[in-house]
Design a protein around this ligand. Sequence first.
Ligand SMILES: *[C@@H]1O[C@H](CO)[C@@H](O)[C@H](O)[C@H]1NC(C)=O
Length: 217
Amino acid sequence: MQFDIRRFDIYRKVPKDLTQPTLTGACISVSSVLFILYLFLSELSLFLTHEVISELTVEDPVRHTEKIPVFINITLPQLKCEYVGIDIQDDMGRHEVGFQDDTQKIEVNEGKGCRMESHFVINKVPGNFHVSTHSSRTQPDNPDMTHLIHKVRFGMDLQEGKEVKGSFNPLEDVDRSAGQALATHDYIVKVVPSVYEDTSRNIIYPYQYTYSYRVFM
Ligand SMILES: *[C@@H]1O[C@H](CO)[C@@H](O)[C@H](O)[C@H]1NC(C)=O
């Protein structure tokens, strides 16, 4: 007896002229193709969307000795630019009055007010920096410290990570321009380092912070 391996074929072919299309078959075929297409596209889009993964570490991911760059962009609508300056003070003995390097002052409000954009670095120790008139040779009669904050940023700028959730610039658009003219405004800020790595493995070190506010009349 001749052995024919084709006997084991469980997918036997029916001759083409014996097949017959049916309406049910067509419905099932069309819906399966649509379903497969849907699964394929939804999996593909899931594969292509970016996922943001958050991790929490206890150790400082950046070297402790490093200084923190700060950028501040603030408008004082009722204080002339000649009076505005930044004082920086910290627990390592730094006491700098009227910091001027890397600072731009732009007149606003027809010269009656000032917008200041300033970059400086601070030590990783408790301290404070404040916008004041202390550095000015002549003091204004009624220094009006009402202000509008555009940006206070610690560490590197998280430009392209804008959609990342976090507290990178919580002071943005804080508006104290309607407050008491002679008041002193305090922001108590707690700063935490963070690491942001994008899909092309670029690493930047922005800092996140929270703040509380108090005002003295
Ligand atoms: C500072 O804030 C003002 C007002 O929002 C804006 O026009 C300006 O571009 C900002 N400056 C920088 C360097 O971000």
